[in-house]
Write a protein that binds this ligand. Structure first.
Ligand code: VGL
Ligand code: ZN
Length: 198
């Protein structure tokens, strides 16, 4: 069975000192590099927003980060402006080994839709093309690692299951935002849907 390693959003803005820093987010770079050395099909996901992105609190007057608003596609957490395309914050962590990556999937570029998952935008309908890429390459089993466990890793894992892949998440190679119980919620949903947590 062919397997693929999907490295989610290991970018400067999600690491300590970044705009939407995840505690100890940089500690996963070394274990992920080790997994990259051993993987045969490697996909990197990159959160990649325009400055006017609807998920930024800065773009909603009177809002502050972590407020929740209603969008046409459901509720949306407002974030500090992060991973703006072309900026340092949107670049991969400088120590992440990107040289062996087979493909980079960028997500979140549509101004009016957020995209936690690297398979579908938050409207749950607009595909990034990753499912097709993995299928054409014969991948059946996916290992997901990266940032953040409770948002982009979890949403990607649930979509991967719905797309018929086997999914494994080694938690030592992930870190969470953990806002208002979001990590516990995510872990429960992942287990319920058959994601293997190791
Ligand atoms: C992420 C919030 C907003 C993530 C991306 O990578 O988990 N979280 N954009
Ligand atoms: Zn984002």
């Amino acid at each position: 069975m062919t397997s693929a390693l999907i490295v989610i959003d290991v970018q400067n803005d999600f690491c300590p000192g970044g705009a939407l820093e995840v505690a100890r987010g940089d500690q996963i770079v070394a274990p992920i590099n080790q997994m990259i050395d051993e993987a045969s099909l490697i996909i990197l996901s990159q959160d990649w927003h325009p400055k006017n992105h609807t998920s930024f609190a800065d773009n909603h007057e009177g809002s502050t980060p972590f407020d929740v608003i209603e969008m046409g596609y459901g509720s949306q957490t407002l974030w500090p402006s992060h991973c703006v395309m072309g900026t340092y914050g949107a670049e991969f962590h400088p120590l992440l080994n990107t040289s062996r990556a087979n493909a980079i999937i960028r997500k979140g570029a549509t101004p009016m839709i957020d995209s936690y998952s690297t398979f579908f935008e938050n409207d749950r309908k607009t595909p990034t093309g990753l499912s097709g890429l993995l299928r054409e390459r014969g991948a059946k089993s996916l290992t997901l690692v990266g940032l953040a466990t409770d948002f982009c890793v979890a949403f990607s894992a649930l979509d991967a299951i719905s797309q018929g892949f086997d999914v494994n998440i080694p938690l030592h190679a992930c870190r969470a935002i953990d806002n208002q119980g979001s990590l516990e919620d995510a872990l429960r949903k992942l287990k319920l849907n058959g994601v293997r947590l190791t």
